[in-house]
Write a protein that binds this ligand. Structure first.
Ligand code: PEP
Ligand code: MG
Length: 878
């Protein structure tokens, strides 16, 4: 069967037929079955659509006859005749895919009009203006959607005739002339206007099928993960008219507020108008009621109280029936309400959480269903500003979505400039080719960060995520010119001081200041939802944080410890950085010791803050990891400035830089290699950790420090460093006359460490997978450079997601499994976690759950994501 009928109180299909009939068709059938006032019609199946594409745009056998039968049944039910000269039956022809693709596909209204039927419609309705207005709408839509005549040709004719006026303001006589002119446009473009309504219907059905396959629809499916072969249904439905004069109206309604989730009935309507007028933005719609604006006048509730009451009842009924918030389209013809569509309403993530929790409290759904309804990765958006969904925007480029949320500001290219402008009260977006630790302050004050290079674990991405700032990285489509203080995005030139807007959830870069909705504060709904998640999860969730405020925020968001404190971030604080540079340039042991003595109190103070924030919870501190050259300046100007500041000759600084230079620093002198060759650095860090631990425990708080050694590839590396850490720790504790229960463990971030995990485990109290490095080292690409070829791999279909963002279960996953098995074989109670970025990636969380890890650790803003993902993993949902 290719055609499913609905009308007269019964329907061939139901909501269960979503895949076959598309969302719109399935719900029209369902509403008909519920006895709701739905204009009768029929739905052509998605299977017929797929057949159409697979068979040279031919209808499947039997469909033509079934369409004819459908039309005949509609004639019978409505008492009207398709193409009839007395009481003509008109149709709307609309698309409807199984997954909503808003605005992507086409619709034709008032189909069946021609010079003859328009006269009949005028006669029958007693409203000539209405009939001709419907005809001009039809000619234009049919010309545009079905005959593919460019809209500008219709617009030109309209402005020749009406000047600045809208078509709605034309007199009857003008409308008639406009229709003749529109017909002229069609005839000159295609030779003839198809007056025969059956021919119109055939062509419109094909046009709706074809709209499924336009470039923009394909792009939408690709970017939203919708199957290419889902097809669209075609809904042919008897027209009802909201534009037939007094007593007529049209509108859209939501059973709850889609922005906040509040339980209010909310929507917009227009009297004497047709559906597209409300959504097209050409008219300003009115409020349905006073729920949002007590001062609103002209509400449907006030002007058509009986209709409103009926609509209110219907929306309640639909929500209870579908057990979710509905988005409803309705039309009122001669004071009678008709429903044209219902679907699960799109909503912000904050609203989704509120609605799910409220529905549990109202007894409509259970806790597990509420958990199921929220996609974990979406939770990161809840506490960030989002783009106003209704705001117009012009996308000028795209990059990788690195940290969600929307940000607008004026473009600056340098960190210092960002700080200056912010001090003057401006909002800025920092645009860089890439960021380095020196940009931290500029990043801190910026609304958002955009880089043209780098992947999802580049410096910019990791730091922005930690800060909870919207960030787009690796936007290879843009070309940054620091010299001229501008960047190119396709044909657009964006200069310093111009406004741009970033969407860190999609990677889109937009021109101008696109309005945003402010970050929601947790109304309590998210906490409730997450408490249900925790009750089901096995994995616990820690956070990656390296300062007190981040640790506090992480705890508020539900982190039960710190899984990674990257101590190098502390060294970028001005005084510490200076000491660090002195250390690197030190000629002898004495100078080194002096420099480290300056670092010690700064580190200790940071640890004190973190330990206080994490009272009673474990804190894993990683000893220094990055190669030393990262602490030194790179550009000639910076080199001379820093040399002056440190009182050394620039040549000397350059000489040291040359010594430290590595062709591939990611595989260079870093991590525990640094600890083994410059042991005094780790000694100082261990001292700072233990002194801080003693101080905070003497304040009566509980401190559970875990010292972590990075980038171990040889069991002996860990063995030696552990010995040294223990010696130093014991020495400090003896000095202070205190005892602290500390642990020593290692990061597992090299394939060799995975393969020898049993031997490594002998020296470790815990393992923490550093999946950023482990991914980089397994794939053999550089975390910082991969975006250069990554976009090409995406286009070629070689990769769907960056393995740095979405955990590579097939490859890196095997190494993780091996390491867990070997590690636990050697030490059955070995505690194992993960602190790479995949700790906040739901695919990763599901994998780590199944691999038997104890915890995941991620940036503070991703803690809710990981908590929900851990529950989804335990419930088998991912
Ligand atoms: C890792 O490699 O996964 C990790 C957490 O360390 P970093 O990102 O600091 O190298
Ligand atoms: Mg690492």
């Amino acid at each position: 069967m290719h055609v499913y009928f609905f009308g007269g109180g019964s329907a061939d299909g139901s909501a269960a037929d979503n895949d076959l009939l598309g969302g719109k068709g399935a719900n029209l059938a369902e509403m008909t079955r519920l006895g709701l006032p739905v204009p009768p019609g029929f739905t052509i199946t998605t299977a017929a659509c797929n057949h159409y594409f697979a068979n040279g745009e031919q209808w499947p056998e039997g469909m033509d006859a079934q369409v004819r039968t459908g039309v005949a049944r509609l004639e019978e039910i409505t008492g009207k005749t398709f193409g009839g000269s007395a009481n003509p039956l008109l149709f709307s022809v609309r698309s409807g895919a199984p997954v909503s693709m808003p605005g992507m596909m086409d619709t034709v209204l008032n189909l069946g009009l021609n010079d003859l039927t328009v006269a009949a419609l005028a006669e029958r309705s007693g409203n000539e203006r209405f009939a001709w207005d419907s005809y001009r709408r039809f000619l234009q839509m049919f010309g545009d959607v079905v005959l593919r005549i460019h809209m500008s040709r219709f617009n030109r004719v309209l402005s020749d005739l009406a000047g600045q006026r809208d078509a709605a303001e034309l007199s009857l006589d003008e409308l008639q002339r406009l229709c003749a002119a529109y017909r002229g446009v069609i005839e000159s473009a295609t030779g003839a206007f198809p007056s025969d309504p059956r021919e119109q219907l055939h062509a419109a059905i094909n046009a709706v099928f074809s709209s499924f396959n336009t470039k923009r629809a394909r792009y939408y499916r690709k970017t939203n993960g919708i199957a290419e072969d889902c097809g669209t249904g075609v809904n042919v439905q008897a027209m009802v008219f909201g534009n037939m004069g007094a007593g007529c109206a049209t509108g859209v309604a939501f059973t709850r507020d889609p922005s906040t989730g509040r339980r209010i009935f909310f929507g917009e309507w227009l009297p004497d108008a047709q559906g597209e007028d409300v959504v097209a933005g050409t008219h300003t719609p009115r409020a349905l009621n006073n729920e949002k604006d007590p001062a609103a006048t002209d509400t449907l509730e006030a002007l058509m109280p009986t209709v409103y009451e009926r609509l209110y009842e219907v929306q309640r009924r639909l929500e209870v029936h579908y057990e979710d918030m509905q988005d409803i389209e309705f039309t009122v013809e001669d004071s009678r309400l008709y429903l044209l569509q219902t679907r699960t309403g799109k909503r912000t993530t904050a609203a989704a959480v509120q609605i799910a929790v409220d529905l549990v409290e109202e007894g409509v759904i259970d806790e597990e269903e509420a958990l199921r309804r929220i996609r974990p990765e979406k939770l990161e958006e809840v506490l960030r500003p989002v783009l106003d969904p209704g705001a117009p925007r012009r996308v000028i480029g795209r990059g990788l979505p690195a940290s969600p949320g929307a940000a607008s500001g004026v473009v600056v290219f340098h960190s210092e400039e960002a700080q200056e402008l912010v001090e003057r009260g401006e909002a800025v977006v920092l645009v860089r080719m890439e960021t380095s630790p020196e940009d931290i302050q500029g990043m801190t004050v910026s609304e958002g960060i955009l880089t043209s290079r780098g992947g999802q674990t580049s410096h910019a991405a990791v730091v922005a995520r930690g800060m909870g700032k919207p960030c787009v990285v690796g936007a290879t489509e843009i070309a940054v010119d620091y010299g001229r203080q501008l960047f190119y995005a396709g044909d657009t030139v964006v200069r310093r001081g111009d406004w741009i807007t970033l969407d860190g959830s999609t990677g889109e870069i937009m021109e101008g200041n696109v309005p945003t909705l402010p970050a929601a504060t947790d109304s309590g709904a998210m906490s409730r939802l997450l408490s249900w998640a925790d009750a089901r999860a096995r994995l616990t969730v820690r956070a990656n944080a390296d300062n007190g405020p981040d640790a506090t925020r992480a705890r508020e968001l539900g982190a039960v410890g710190i899984g990674l404190c990257r101590t190098e971030h502390m060294f970028f604080q001005q005084t510490a950085l200076r000491s660090m540079r002195q250390l690197i340039l030190a000629e002898d042991q004495r100078a080194r010791v002096r420099a480290l003595a300056n670092v010690l109190p700064i580190q200790r103070a940071d640890f004190v803050e973190i330990f206080r924030a994490m009272d009673g919870l474990p804190v894993t501190v990683r000893l220094l990891d990055p190669p030393l050259h990262e602490f030194l300046p790179a550009s000639p100007e910076d080199i001379s400035q820093v040399a002056e500041d440190l009182g050394v000759r620039p040549e000397k600084l350059q000489e040291r830089l040359d010594q430290l230079h590595e062709s591939n620093p990611m595989m260079g002198h870093r991590g525990c290699r640094l600890g083994l060759t410059s042991p005094e650095i780790y000694d100082t860090q261990v001292r700072a950790i233990l002194e801080a631990s003693v101080q905070v425990s003497r304040e009566g708080l509980e401190v559970l420090p875990e010292i972590m050694i990075p980038l171990v590839g040889m069991p002996e590396e860990l063995q030696r460093l552990r010995e040294r850490v223990e010696q130093q720790a014991e020495a400090v504790l003896a000095e202070l006359g205190a005892a602290v229960d500390y642990k020593v463990g290692t990061m597992i971030e090299l394939p060799r460490a995975c393969l020898l995990a049993d031997q490594v485990a002998e020296h470790a109290d815990f393992f923490s997978f550093g999946t950023n490095d482990l991914t980089q080292m397994t794939w053999g690409f550089s975390r910082d450079d991969m975006s250069k070829f990554f976009s090409a791999y995406m286009l070629e279909g070689l990769l769907e997601d960056s393995p740095l963002a979405r955990f590579d279960v097939d490859g890196v996953g095997q190494l993780v499994k091996t390491a867990v098995e070997k590690g636990r074989a050697a030490k059955p109670r070995l505690k194992i976690g993960i602190c790479g970025e995949h700790g906040g990636d739901p695919t990763g969380v599901a994998f780590f759950h199944n691999a038997g890890l104890d915890y995941v650790s991620c940036s503070p803003f991703r803690v809710p994501v990981a908590r929900l993902a851990a529950a989804h993993a335990a419930l088998g949902l991912i």
